[in-house]
Design a protein around this ligand. Structure first.
Ligand SMILES: [Zn+2]
Length: 78
């Protein structure tokens, strides 16, 4: 499984994701380009924007990735 995830034409390493918005962005600004998109916050204050499907796929990828790390931890302990 790849640790890179494609969001908004950017390959983002999963370990750089700090948090993922639970609700779509809304700020009311006329100039906002990201109304209805989901904010993905990366290390160092960088932000990428995902549509709903990308957001859901990213959450699934993060869970699979974290789950895989737990399993390899167990192998080291045993
Ligand atoms: Zn906005």
């Amino acid at each position: 499984m790849s640790i890179l995830f494609l969001i908004d034409d950017k390959h983002v390493p999963l370990y750089r994701v700090m948090w993922v918005a639970a609700t779509p962005h809304f700020c009311g600004s006329d100039e906002c380009q990201h109304e209805g998109d989901y904010e993905i916050r990366l290390e160092q204050g960088e932000v990428v924007w995902a549509n709903r499907k990308e957001r859901d796929d990213l959450l699934a990828a993060l869970e699979a990735w974290a789950g895989g790390m737990e399993e390899s931890d167990h192998e080291e302990w045993e």
